[in-house]
Design a protein around this ligand. Structure first.
Ligand code: MG
Ligand code: MG
Ligand code: MG
Length: 307
């Protein structure tokens, strides 16, 4: 029975590239293995990466009961295939905090506090002198760029940069910034997506001092992506505000420039300007360095609303 190598649910590029890379590693070291994913539909970024490097979509794997399984990029039951408790887990390779999966017998368990599972796998290939195919190296490189947001994430470590430098050589990818941009554009594609879907792609309502405040965020490679739909977006934001909210903010976040154009519909625009120490120009204001709703939008708002 071959080992099913699988990443977490809602697969991202790391959990897919990691499954492919670890399955190949196992096969190269004498264990029959097959790369799997928990979904037949992969996200647009991962789809682009597999296509670009000519890799097959992993086999769909949603029920682990009675199977030999290796996990990559997670060790939480909540992110696992069904019946993981009845699986024979033989290995885990990861870069997250240790989850709640337990095993009945000793297993190969290897995790490191680095930015990406593919960085951990790269080290395993190197240490054990396992030959790394060009196309798998490319997917691993893409996964590291994705997980570390092209090295900008606070989770990025020197080991991730070292791995990327080496994987560039193996994969023949010279322009990693260009690859990252292509991935970001795929991930943040807005063309043909209904306005409402864009507004609700990542949206949350909050209670701020008794007032209902909504904040949505759209991550973009460039604000040009939404240039032609700004008026329609604002109409949707204003309509949502009119539906029983004091304020609706829509963060158009430019991941490359590292800032947010904040669209504002509010009963009290001056309060929002004060919260972010900015000045509205028309419907929005640019806030340099704002990338995170949780860390950079919510706290100043709560303060301004006296929440
Ligand atoms: Mg992941
Ligand atoms: Mg990861
Ligand atoms: Mg991720």
């Amino acid at each position: 029975m071959s080992v099913n190598v699988v990443g977490h649910s809602s697969p991202d590029t790391d959990s897919v590239a990691g499954a492919i890379a670890y399955a190949h590693y196992l096969k190269s070291t004498g264990t029959d293995a097959v790369a799997c994913a928990q979904s037949a539909t992969l996200n647009p970024e991962t789809t682009l990466v597999l296509k670009k490097f000519g890799l097959a979509t992993p086999q769909v794997f949603t029920d682990a009961g009675g199977k030999d399984v290796a996990l990559v990029d997670f060790s939480d039951i909540a992110q696992a295939p069904a019946n993981i408790g009845k699986a024979n887990i033989v290995a885990i390779v990861d870069h997250h905090k240790i989850g709640d999966i337990t095993t009945n017998s000793p297993i190969f368990f290897y995790a490191q506090p680095v930015g990406c599972t593919c960085t951990v796998l790269y080290e395993m290939y190197t240490t054990n002198k396992v030959a790394l195919p060009k196309n798998i190296a490319g997917a691993m490189l893409a996964a590291i760029l994705s997980d570390t947001v092209n090295f900008k994430s606070p989770t990025c470590t020197p080991a991730d940069k070292t791995a990327v430098a080496a994987l560039k050589g193996v994969s023949g990818v010279s322009d990693t910034d260009g690859l990252f941009m292509d991935m970001l554009k795929a991930k943040s594609a807005v063309d043909g997506v209904p306005i409402k879907d864009l507004l609700f792609r990542d949206y949350k309502d909050f209670d701020m001092g008794g007032k209902k405040v909504g904040i949505g965020q759209l991550e973009l490679a460039t604000l040009d992506q939404v240039a032609k739909m700004r008026n329609d977006l604002y109409k949707a934001v204003a309509a949502l505000k009119a539906d029983g909210r004091h304020t609706v903010l829509f963060m158009l976040t430019d991941v490359v420039k590292e800032g947010t154009d904040l669209m504002v519909a509010s009963d009290d625009p001056a309060l929002i300007e004060k919260a972010f120490k900015g000045k509205l120009s028309g419907q929005s204001m640019w806030i340099d360095g704002m990338m995170s709703r949780k860390k950079q939008a919510v706290p100043p708002l709560q303060k301004a609303f006296g929440a």
